[in-house]
Design a protein around this ligand. Structure first.
Ligand code: NDP
Ligand code: GDR
Length: 336
């Protein structure tokens, strides 16, 4: 019988970490996850898994805790998903973002090489690295041109992952993932904000309990305030995308892969689809507030995922329409 593999997941409490942990458990891995020490230790996204995964307290800001976690787990595979993952927030906290998202990732990479040099390493790279895009659609060959501190931090970690691969013969792969969403996403991301607001509209909630990025109700007097409605994103379902992460580490050789749907939509189309699904007109419920418009905008983002299809045999299963519906339905169920 094959021995059970062990995976270490940083960012296990996040959206992707929780879906990836479920996938790895289904594949019969021992799963360990790094969690930050918080005041209430409530990990909503993984509360259903807490009996099955081992949680280790560590922080990407602290190299000693990272090294000790890797020493304790001795993983066969390391998935580095932890990050300050909000591009908009990275304009407000650029140094903190770089400390976690750039140097923090480097700390995990370096400790992995040092402690378990034969382990396979996955780095959560991002389509944000294309920034002010130089080509449409974006593939592994498209030059990067980051447009915010988050993207620049991700590019540093991406480059270090390639450098460690080539210099130290490490099995280290970058997944360049385009936006992927789910009901487990933070409400500060636009798909959750819009589908939550559409669910409120369906249920007749005029002032919501949950707050937006500015600490005000997401829905105030029946309206949601958004930023740039013309920005374009390539949105998929997170549950599909964690499969691609795992597949990258099952290859014979490490490499970098673009993961996305190949289809792009504006934020306005997201609003049309979400409010349309609950039988309402988005224009009656959405306002534009300049506080949510970023100093610079990334995009238009649209993936060319043909390499992943050819080599990994990966394709997205969930369409944009299905994604919107599953997110609106989840919000309606929660709000009820
Ligand atoms: P989330 O924001 O949902 O999760 C981020 C995770 O990182 C959380 O578990 C968070 O812990 C943890 N974390 C943050 N700071 C630290 C720290 N200092 N030390 C240890 N852990 C920390 O992100 P997603 O799940 O959406 O994304 C996963 C990764 O993929 C991220 O790196 C993101 O940047 C990247 N990415 C995401 C895409 C997407 O569309 N979702 C697309 C491309 C890349 P806590 O719960 O304590 O906050
Ligand atoms: P993004 O996700 O920045 O692409 O990063 P987000 O959902 O925050 O923004 C997507 C687009 O929507 C526009 N937008 C708004 N965004 C937010 N958050 N709030 C608004 O009110 C609003 N109005 C319009 C934004 O300008 C932007 O164009 C996500 C994260 O998961 C990253 O970690 C990941 O790397 C990238 O996706 C790929």
């Amino acid at each position: 019988m094959a021995t059970k593999k062990t995976a270490l997941v940083t960012g296990i409490t996040g959206q992707d970490g929780s879906y990836l942990a479920e996938l790895l458990l289904k594949k019969n891995y021992n799963v360990a996850g790094i969690v930050r020490k918080t005041s209430n230790m409530a990990y909503a996204n993984i509360s259903h898994l807490q009996e099955e995964v081992s949680l280790i307290q560590a922080d990407l800001l602290d190299p000693i805790s990272i090294r000790e976690a890797i020493q304790k787990v001795k993983p066969d595979e390391v998935y580095n998903l932890a990050s300050q993952s909000h591009p908009a927030e990275s304009f407000r906290q650029p140094i903190h973002t770089a400390e976690i998202t750039a140097i923090g990732a480097h700390r995990v990479l370096d400790a992995t090489l040092d402690v378990v040099p034969k382990a396979k390493f996955y780095q959560a790279s991002s389509s944000e690295m294309y920034g002010w895009v130089r080509e449409i659609p974006q593939s592994e060959e498209t030059p990067f041109n980051p447009a915010n501190p988050y993207a620049a931090s991700k590019l540093y970690a991406h480059a270090m992952t390639r450098i460690y691969r080539k210099s130290y013969n490490m099995f280290a792969s970058n997944g360049i993932l385009f936006n992927h969403e789910s009901p487990r996403r933070h409400l500060g991301f636009v798909t959750q904000k819009v589908t939550y607001a559409a669910a409120c509209a369906k249920l007749g909630i005029k002032n919501s309990e949950h707050l937006n990025e500015e600490g005000e109700p997401i829905v105030k007097e029946g309206k949601v305030a958004l930023g740039n409605l013309q920005a374009k994103r390539d949105w998929g379902f997170a549950g599909d995308y964690v499969e691609a992460m795992w597949l990258m580490l099952q290859q014979d050789e490490p490499d970098d892969f673009v993961i996305g749907t190949g289809k792009t939509h504006t934020i306005q189309e997201l609003c049309e689809e979400s409010y349309g699904y609950v039988g309402l007109n988005w224009e009656d419920h959405v306002t534009v507030d300049k506080r949510f418009i970023r100093p610079t905008e990334t995009g238009p983002l649209v993936a060319d995922p043909s390499k992943a299809k050819k080599i990994l045999g990966w394709s997205p299963k969930t369409t944009f329409k299905e994604l919107v519906r599953l997110m609106v339905n989840a919000q309606v169920a929660r709000l009820k």
